[in-house]
Design a protein around this ligand. Sequence first.
Ligand code: GLN
Length: 276
Amino acid sequence: MAERPATLGEALAAARGRLPPGEARLLLRGVVGCTAAQIAAYPERALSVEQARRFADLVDRRAAGEPVAYLLGEREFYGRRFGVSPAVLIPRPETELIVDLVLARLAPGAAPWVLDLGTGSGALAVTLALEIPAAHVTAVDCSPAALAVAGANAAALGATVRWIESDWFAALEPAAFDFIVANPPYVADTDPHLAEGDVRFEPAGALASGPAGLDDLRRIVAAAPDFVAAGGWLVLEHGYDQAAAVRALLLGAGFADVTSAPDLAGIERITLGRRP
Ligand code: GLN
């Protein structure tokens, strides 16, 4: 007797107890290419043998800890789908606040020069290029593999960004950017959080930054004054307990109007300052 193909409902049932139902549905949608509503409405729809095999493999890998975003190869950021791979940090919702802070400081009709440092998937650079069509956006990363992911995202989403392989500002000529944004590594090397959950699978170089997590933030702030236009902004994401330290760095480097903004969880997550 021929083997009966598994159905959507049976596939989800097989994952029950191993994965949260929401994650199993996301993986199944990725395999079958359908919506959550379709899965709910047609649980008797059959999977091909290949789809059933792929789903079982994704469930195993997720159960072993691999992030859903890497398994699906994508994550949403600011309402758009970004391709991701283990070469880049998975975009996080708190980083969307950087986009809002830039948009709120944009003069009407401005065509700002924008620099994204350590662009990773390109989430910030591509989003800013699309949200500010007149902007001139440059993005750097020290990882060629990350720049390949970012470039593919820009192409898929129709954004124009100048990509440069660079260790922070190292490969850039002095310039006058109106906005410099960065979500640099800022986790302390010894933070136990690095050994938990999704971050175990993310590039260590995009997460950890010295004993206090401040090494890269220090380097960026120290070099930034040569690259920010007078009146321009430096906008930095940092750790939950680093806002005061980053404000002090910015004030020490001569920035004015230095403030921190809370993320959705109420944690001061972004600190920004303006070059007088
Ligand atoms: N927010 C991330 C985390 O806690 C860290 C991201 C980063 O270092 N830029 O895992």
